[in-house]
Ligand binder design. Structure first.
Ligand code: AMP
Length: 401
């Protein structure tokens, strides 16, 4: 389906054409008409499916037709749409998409997040902002300080809702929602619709249309997943071996701790492989620079802790490596969603040690299939990882049944 059938105004269609998008993705086809009709939605969609445009485009359209054409002025310290996101990286990325899609319409947007000086953000709020993309903590701060009021808000988006809940933002989100006008449109996007996400939706959303793109395999990113079983002590040697012998040109490598990230950089360096790391211990401006260098290919191998890597959007990321397998299945799904975006193909490789058996069972049970294993003769395994049982239920899930 081309975008022209989606009832978007010409300046928005022109911006989409400039980006070279020819067809709407599945989530865009399903969500855009519903959002334009004014209904609430709850959508199960992972990063990489084009979900950002599926809410940004209709929001721009509605603001453009309802306010900009009529030249209705925005009052000081007011916003019309609020997009809540879990991390500052995602805030920056979503705001960049708004600027791209909205470049031919006069709609203002801003990313607001913690960890940086608040003064500049306060200054920008003074004139009001049409679309504010914010992390929950900093948003609440601004509301408490009365530099931001919600009485003109029309639309609320909860993006990556499952992740916001995982990161413990539930109280902040509830406090924010209490402050919003009751009459508003709500859009909730989440990679997975867990019981917690449903409970949040119940409190926040009014008779939502449920959208899931899981059923349409053709619209899903093409990600080749495989794993290597490896003894813990051999992981860094195995990574160097794969980078060299498989001629990998680029990889985003997930690791558990910031200490581990720094150590891996130096272990790779000793084997002549240049890598960088991002984690919460590095200053925001350095993280941003490293991310940009990675995006343009100046840095080929980026080692990231999970939180630092949230929201990373790299159009052509060909490969993610789970150097450490995540403890939560949702994290695995999010991570592999970093590659193979919007129909491109990608590769997700996981290093699995005997200690990870439970996590592996949980991941493969969720996927509904065993992840193919590859063996490398140079790295024989002392501690064998058994094959998973696909009906594995985590203790946490058992306690909810
Ligand atoms: P998202 O799922 O929102 O993180 O988007 C994933 C990537 O797909 C981003 O780099 C977008 O620029 C790109 N994208 C979004 N919609 C389309 C489309 N209709 N055609 C091609 N690329 C798209």
């Amino acid at each position: 389906m081309s975008f022209s059938t989606l009832k978007l105004s010409t300046p928005i269609l022109n911006a989409i054409a400039d980006l070279g998008y020819t067809k709407a993705t599945d989530i865009q086809k399903k969500a855009i008409p519903v959002v334009l009709s004014g209904k609430d939605i709850i959508a199960a969609a992972q990063t990489g499916t084009g979900k950002t445009a599926s809410f940004v485009l209709p929001i721009l359209e509605k603001l453009f037709t309802n306010y900009k054409k009529t030249e209705k002025k925005l009052r000081a310290k007011r916003i019309r749409a609020l997009i809540l996101v879990p991390t500052r990286e995602l805030a920056v990325q979503v705001e960049a998409s708004i600027s791209q899609y909205g470049k031919y319409v006069d709609i203002s947007s801003m990313a607001m997040y913690g960890g940086v000086d608040a003064q500049e953000q306060k200054q920008r709020l003074i004139w009001g902002v049409d679309i504010l993309v914010a992390t929950p903590g900093r948003l609440l701060d601004m509301a408490h300080q009365r530099v931001l009021h919600f009485d003109e808000l029309d639309m609320l988006v909860l993006d990556e809702a499952d992740r916001m809940l995982d990161m413990g933002f539930i109280d902040d989100i509830n406090k924010i929602i209490e402050r919003l006008p009751e009459h508003r449109q709500n859009l909730l996007f989440s990679a997975t619709i867990s019981d917690e996400v449903r409970a949040l939706a119940k409190r926040t959303i009014h008779k939502p249309v449920e959208i899931s793109i899981g059923a349409d395999k053709s619209a899903q990113p093409k990600i080749e997943q495989w794993l290597v079983t490896v003894d813990k002590s051999n992981k860094s040697a195995l990574l160097s071996h794969l980078i060299t012998t498989q001629h990998w040109q680029q990889a985003l490598i997930f690791i558990e701790t910031k200490h581990g990230a720094a150590k891996l950089v130096s272990q790779l360096e000793k084997r002549g492989i240049c890598a960088e790391s991002i984690h919460s211990g590095r200053a925001q401006d350095i993280r941003e620079k490293i991310l940009n260098d990675f995006k343009v290919g100046k840095i080929k191998f980026l080692i990231a802790t999970a939180i630092a890597a949230r929201g990373i959007d790299i159009g052509e990321l060909s490969r993610v490596i789970n150097y450490d397998l995540p403890a939560q299945v949702d994290d695995y799904i999010h991570r592999i969603g970093r590659t193979g975006r919007a129909g491109a193909s990608g590769e997700a490789v996981s290093f699995v040690s005997k200690d990870n058996f439970r996590e592996l069972c949980a991941i493969e049970s969720r996927l509904g299939h065993i992840i193919p294993r590859k063996e490398f003769a140079e790295f024989p395994v002392k501690k064998i990882v058994p094959l998973s049982k696909l009906n594995y239920v985590t203790k946490y899930a058992q306690s909810k049944q």
